[in-house]
Design a protein around this ligand. Structure first.
Ligand SMILES: NC(=O)c1ccc[n+]([C@@H]2O[C@H](COP(=O)([O-])OP(=O)(O)OC[C@H]3O[C@@H](n4cnc5c(N)ncnc54)[C@H](OP(=O)(O)O)[C@@H]3O)[C@@H](O)[C@H]2O)c1
Length: 229
């Protein structure tokens, strides 16, 4: 049985990924903050859990040992370089041939060729400004985290999520290399399906060194533009 590690396992996306990974038959190792261990109670007999800050290299080293895949939730919380610290700990400690899958949002651009609407750019700017003001979030650090991943020689995929909603699965999201593709216009994905995309990427070599921007496969823009590429 292949072993995979989920870094940020206790969050909403993380818990869905734990379930999908178990459903795929993977042996699952989770990493989450000490205070959040309780959120994984439903899985406690089926996964191995390491608790602590996800940007602690020693913790990550223990958790990813022997894992053929690592799924990492990158979040810009706090002003402590949490995203870049987490990404770096995974990049430095995962097995060299492991598949590394990271989550983030559409605001991350790999090659600058994404085309964003004015409202999207304004929203990111305001979130960054308010986040810095209240020392709550550090969007720039999530950008830094992804730049380090893009520059690494690991077998990475950075999955860029649209706006998210809860609800029953609609199927595997569709993706494009660039925001601005008409297929993505609906800008909505079910969180459960985002998680499925992350887990499926583990054995999809076509996604190595890609930064897919995803959208729900049942959204209007996905249906209207299906097969047009
Ligand atoms: N929300 C959206 O609309 C949206 C849109 C596009 C992309 N995304 C991406 O999707 C992924 C999951 O995002 P989500 O919004 O669905 O959240 P989520 O899955 O609930 O994940 C939040 C994560 O952040 C951790 N966290 C929360 N507060 C923290 C703090 N103060 N310090 C350190 N860690 C903290 C949580 O850990 P605990 O369980 O320990 O609290 C959890 O692992 C992220 O990569 C995000 O960039 C989200």
């Amino acid at each position: 049985m292949k072993k995979v590690c989920i870094v940020g396992a206790s969050g909403k996306l993380g818990k869905y990924m734990v379930q999908h990974a178990l459903d795929h038959g993977y042996e699952v190792v989770g990493v989450c903050r000490e205070r959040s261990v309780v959120k994984l109670d439903a899985f406690k007999d089926r996964i191995t859990l390491y608790s602590g800050p996800t940007n602690d290299p020693n913790l990550i080293k223990k958790a990813v040992e022997g894992c053929s895949g690592v799924l990492t939730v990158l979040v810009p919380w706090g002003v402590q370089q949490y995203s870049s610290g987490t990404a770096q700990a995974v990049l430095d400690n995962a097995d060299l041939d492991a598949r590394l899958i990271f989550s983030c949002g559409w605001h991350i651009t790999r090659d600058g060729k994404d085309i964003y609407s004015k409202s999207f750019k304004a929203m990111v700017k305001i979130a960054g400004w308010v986040g810095r003001l209240f020392r709550m979030i550090e969007i720039d650090d999530q950008v830094e985290a992804c730049n380090r991943i893009f520059a690494s020689n690991t077998r990475w995929t950075v999955v860029r999520g649209s706006d998210l909603e809860e609800g029953e699965s609609q199927g595997l999201p569709v993706w494009s290399r660039h925001v601005g593709d008409p297929m993505l216009v609906s800008n909505m994905t079910r969180r459960i399906d985002f998680a499925q995309f992350m887990v499926s990427a583990l054995d999809n070599d076509d996604l190595i060194h890609e930064a897919p921007a995803i959208v729900g496969c049942q959204t209007e823009s996905a249906i209207t533009n299906a097969g047009k590429k």
